[in-house]
Ligand binder design. Structure first.
Ligand code: PAF
Length: 286
């Protein structure tokens, strides 16, 4: 595995690979790697095939954290991450410092104005500008043929698909399924910040979403009933403080009254200062 920390070294390599006709499949991460990330690397590896290269970026992007959010507390496990990437057969690891990625007087950002207004965007107003900006920069630098993002961050994935469409990046966006712990908790770097009591309680996110799935299976189509049930179920957990519970259409992220062909139940919940997200995406069988 080759590791780059500087942009010029990375760009030189990209030019060389492009000239040789080899494709690059990108997995952008902020480190703190877990099985969920490794599953994205597996998807990238398959997409790259024998000839292509898998590039993982590892950068805790400061512009996607608002004031008072957990930038300083974001887990940093670089040695372990490096080893995970090696073992997953990653070809290139890009690990820039913040000063390498952003000029001191950087004055440009990429803003998506529709899909980012609800869900996480409502309480994290700068978050998706930061995500769109850093992902655009990574796309420009690495010029991948495809990039892989996890479906746990459903809204992020939808926004990245829109970014690629509206800014004409010739990049295929691949969603990787949520990977869960044995008790159902969605894998997340932030799980490392949970106390043991909060870790046990956090399984309530999955349980509440499974119950929403059961309601749908039983024929419930009133979005408010589903939302109210999930909210109530989360509140039964003594330490859970829901940030939001929303029932939206998975394609538009617009709030639903009545469920027709598809729905996304998305939740964000605080346990202490740790904020976890999860979702259930349902589509009517045709
Ligand atoms: O999902 C993440 O880890 C980040 O939002 C991403 C896509 C790497 C951008 O910093």
């Amino acid at each position: 595995m080759i590791e780059f920390q500087q942009i010029d070294e990375l760009q030189q390599w990209v030019q060389q690979e492009a000239a040789a006709g080899r494709s690059r499949i990108l997995v952008p991460t902020m480190g703190g790697l877990h099985q969920g990330h490794l599953s994205l690397m597996d998807i990238a590896k398959k997409r790259a095939g024998e000839e292509g290269e898998v590039v993982v970026s590892l950068f805790v992007n400061p512009t996607q954290f608002g004031p008072g959010e957990d930038l300083a507390a974001y887990p940093k496990t670089l040695d372990q991450d490096r080893q995970g990437c090696e073992e997953s057969g990653v070809d290139v690891l890009f690990v820039p410092e913040a000063g390498v990625m952003y000029a001191k007087d950087a004055s440009l950002k990429v803003t998506e104005v529709k899909l980012s207004s609800g869900l996480c965007g409502r309480t994290r107003p700068v978050h998706f500008d930061g995500v769109c900006t850093i992902v655009s920069k990574l796309f420009n630098l690495i010029q991948p043929q495809a990039a892989v993002f996890g479906e746990k961050d459903f809204q992020q994935l939808a926004i990245i698909r829109r970014l690629v469409r509206d800014l004409n990046y010739p990049i295929e966006i691949i969603g990787g399924p949520i990977v869960r712990e044995d008790d159902g908790l969605a894998m997340s770097t932030r799980n490392l910040n949970l106390s043991s009591d909060h870790r046990q309680e956090a399984v309530v996110l999955r349980q509440a979403l499974l119950e929403a799935g059961k309601m749908l299976g039983d024929g419930e189509r009133n979005a408010e009933h589903i939302q109210a049930h999930v909210e109530k179920r989360l509140m039964e957990s003594p330490s859970a403080i829901p940030n939001y519970v929303e029932v939206v259409h998975p394609d538009t992220l617009q709030v639903l009254d009545e469920v027709t062909d598809a729905l996304l139940v998305a939740v964000a919940v605080f346990f202490g200062s740790t904020r976890l997200i999860d979702n259930l995406c349902w589509r009517e069988e045709k």
